[in-house]
Design a protein around this ligand. Sequence first.
Ligand code: NZQ
Ligand code: ZN
Length: 381
Amino acid sequence: MKNFKFQNPTKLIFGRGTIANLATEIPIDKKIMLTFGGGSVRTNGVYDQVIEALKKHHFVEFWGIEPNPKVETLRKAVALGKEHKIDFIVAVGGGSVLDGTKLIASAIPCDDDAWDLVLNPNLLKSAIPFASVMTLPATGSEMNSGAVISNLKTKEKFSFYSHFPQFSILDPETTYSLPVYQIANGIADTFVHVIEQYLTLTNESILMDRWAEGILLTLKEIAPKIEQNHTNYDLMSNYMLSATMALNGFIAMGVSGDWTTHMIGHELTALHGVTHGESLAIVLPGTMQVLREQKKGKILQYGERIWGITEGNDEVRIDKTIAQTETFFRSLGLKTRLHELNIGEETVNEIEKRLKQRGSIFGEKQNVTPNIVRKILENRL
Ligand code: NZQ
Ligand code: ZN
């Protein structure tokens, strides 16, 4: 097990009717900005619950943070926040609203442009406190300090690390209105978050392997049931908590991470707008295929413990495990090949070129060069 430091300051408030907690969790003298996406919260009752809870507070509203939040939009929220001397933000929506809010919270107290903060973490100073009402289980953003911000002009999408939410409210009933496609993306995203902290080296932590496998097995079990009924409270609770536990630092204790699949997925989103979860469903089987020798021990363990694959020699079992992983994503209704989204060789060339220019290198062994990325993408054409 590797050395590690673990600290997660976010208070989780979980369950039915918990949005009402906003009334008491935020001091009454705070000048609040509420941040929202495109309007889903208006139709599913979440907005009304938030407004009811905050009826004694002072707040302004900022609408329009889009999926894969764009810095161009976030700059407008920063200006509004400065104008109103905002000192607390509540993000109400999916991971994109919260990710955008993390950047807004960092940019309000400083003079630098928001995109400069993404490109240069050294510019980050304090951030104003923020919290979330999370309506889409997927990113884990509700209990981590990460965010992923896009730039429309340059067609770039980069990670950014700042502060944790002070608290996050997770009411599984808010997920009942999710479209099937967003649920599929959320399950795939959660699955791949676990995989990228698990499908690396063997024998680093027996305990973390079991936690990771526990989340993967939960997703495998609930995915087909959620497809049948996504207004079942217990199913959606398990899905929601799985998403949080997959990326709040917990299963990362003492083990190596990879993140190759995410980094390639971000490029597909930046260039073609591919939805985050689907980008991962496309890339992961390629990462497993191209890195099958390096990840051999873990792929065999994952195949056996998650999918019950025990027959055949190692190579046969690895083939079956990769195929089964792709079948799982397809069973959610996601695409797993680039040509299905009309993405071809040109994009592979462009991604390889970009990664070379940036000097990017990924993977648990820091050996995934732009040339290896090319091979992964060629496997997915
Ligand atoms: O904008 P509205 O109208 O609210 O609709 C949203 C949006 O269209 C809708 N939605 C959300 N909750 C809903 C709902 N519709 C009906 N009922 C509800 N309860 O869903 C659509 C997608 O929302 P979005 O927030 O974009 O999805 P998600 O939560 O998957 O976030 C994706 C973003 O998070 C980043 C991704 O790269 C992407 O930019 N990630 C953030 C991470 C982090 N902070 O740690 C890690 C992840 O790996 C990921 O990269
Ligand atoms: Zn993700």
